[in-house]
Ligand binder design. Structure first.
Ligand code: NDP
Length: 288
């Protein structure tokens, strides 16, 4: 039996349409247009594509979209000064610094300079901390997108075993916390995990965020499991693929996300959602 395909493109389109509608209503009511500033340092081609797509999507949603391109020679001090100016700018509700930054700039320092109330990427330690302790935070866009997809598909998480492969601060760890907040029993795997295939085989829900083309094989998937593939890799033939061997895994899984067209489109949709929420909170008088 072949798994149900979870159509991230369609789910993302519906999130974006809803944000657009809410933005129009918010702007009419308050006279405020949510503003998103995206900073790109250097000329990394992949980052240029991501930034362009984010700018396009935010303009389509009705935001005041601002892209700031800086040369690779920009100093850490100059970038910090810019972030501080944007923190103080009332027309900017969301600030996103595209990662990775050039090696001479300390990413942590830059992220920590962003006002947590404008941290629409959800990477600031205040937002990461609130995800761990509860309370209102901005959720990192990719894990937020994963949860939104699972909700859209009515996947029951309570009491289920969720296996997250990968423990990065931007995907694996926050995804695990979100699944835990929905009462899943969560296992986090990484490069030192022993007998990864049998751990993955015990997962009712599997989130793969590794960055290794088709590493997770079909024989690792528990029959009927829900498989969310975050990976964005090139296989030997140069084709875009995920961390899961899709054709094999879809034979065992109950539902699965494709790559492309799965988690990827959700990430931008949730960035828009976060920026809209930032503007709403700011207009309600919320600060940090
Ligand atoms: P990182 O490189 O930061 O983290 C990868 C994780 O995978 C690490 O925790 C690492 O373990 C673990 N890992 C590496 N090799 C193995 C292995 N052989 N067995 C088990 N675990 C292993 O990656 P990211 O979290 O940033 O991204 C993961 C993937 O998701 C990438 O392909 C990336 O391109 C994609 N991505 C996609 C997004 C989207 O919008 N669709 C957004 C963000 C990322 P350890 O900690 O021990 O080193």
């Amino acid at each position: 039996m072949s798994a149900k395909l979870i159509d991230g493109k369609a789910i993302a389109a519906s999130v974006r349409a809803k944000v657009k509608e809410q933005v129009a209503e918010f702007t009419t009511r308050t006279g405020v247009r949510p503003g998103l500033a995206v900073i790109l340092v250097g000329e990394d081609p992949a980052s240029q594509v991501y930034v362009r797509n984010k700018g396009k999507a935010s303009a389509e949603a009705g935001f005041l979209s601002r892209q700031i391109d800086l040369p690779v020679s920009t100093s850490e001090r100059e970038l910090l000064d810019l972030v501080e100016r944007l923190d103080a700018d009332d027309t900017v509700h969301g600030i996103l610094v595209q990662l990775p930054l050039p090696a001479h700039i300390d990413e942590k320092k830059i992220i920590e300079a962003i006002d947590p109330a404008k941290d629409v990427d959800g990477f600031h330690p205040v937002n990461a901390g609130r995800l761990f302790t509860g309370g209102t935070s901005f959720l990192p866009c990719t894990p937020y997108g994963i949860l939104t997809m699972l909700d859209h598909e009515n996947v029951e998480l309570k009491g289920k075993h969720a296996v997250v492969v990968g423990r990065s601060n931007i995907v694996g760890k926050p995804a695990a916390m979100l699944l835990l907040s929905r009462h899943a029993t969560v296992t986090i795997c990484h490069s030192r995990t022993q007998d990864l295939p049998s751990v993955v085989r015990s997962g009712d829900v599997v989130v793969a965020a590794v960055g290794r083309a088709e590493m997770i094989r079909g024989s690792w998937i528990k029959p009927g499991a829900v498989v969310i593939d975050v990976g964005m890799n090139r296989n030997a033939a140069g084709k875009l693929c995920g961390d899961v061997a899709f054709e094999e895994a879809r034979e065992a899984a109950g539902a699965i996300t494709p790559v492309p067209g799965g988690v990827g489109p959700m990430t931008i949709a949730m960035l828009l959602q976060n920026t809209y929420e930032a503007a709403v909170r700011r207009s309600a008088g919320g600060r940090r």
